[in-house]
Design a protein around this ligand. Sequence first.
Ligand SMILES: [Mg+2]
Ligand SMILES: [Zn+2]
Length: 170
Amino acid sequence: MKRAAFLDRDGTLIEEKGYLNTPEQIRLKKGVVEGLKLLQQYGFYLFIVTNQSGTKRGWVSKDRVERINRELIRLLRSYKVFIKDTSVCFHHPNERCRCRKPQPFLIFRLLLKYPEIDVKKSVVVGDKDSDIKLALNVGAKGILVFPHTDFLDVARSIIKDSHGFDIPGN
Ligand SMILES: [Mg+2]
Ligand SMILES: [Zn+2]
């Protein structure tokens, strides 16, 4: 069985910019490359799981969101970090869909597609209460990050929790 890290995009992997409109606005948060590499090295599948209701609010087009996601994935790949898949909710909260976080469907569809994942040994990392609720709703562990959190510290604590030892290094 594989472990997975279900990663929020805005405010978790990249700097929160309100609604991101162009790929040039992508700024990786501190420790993201190193932290994702570590998770990858310890066998975690990496997924991006994101709410993008800005498309329905008229702030950014669906096409733009998809371009930004592709660009983020390409940027991470240039550092040898491989995002396995992406799961996006484009709905407005008023639509009461089944996929807007903290509803579990964005993760459920990944679990259907990758049945080798053990969700109980997986983590959801995000900067919002809805990310933590999502973790509860799927039976994974939720990890909250803050604007100045170093993602490498997050990854180290995940490995410590899953493998029971400290990663050497500062
Ligand atoms: Mg977020
Ligand atoms: Zn949705």
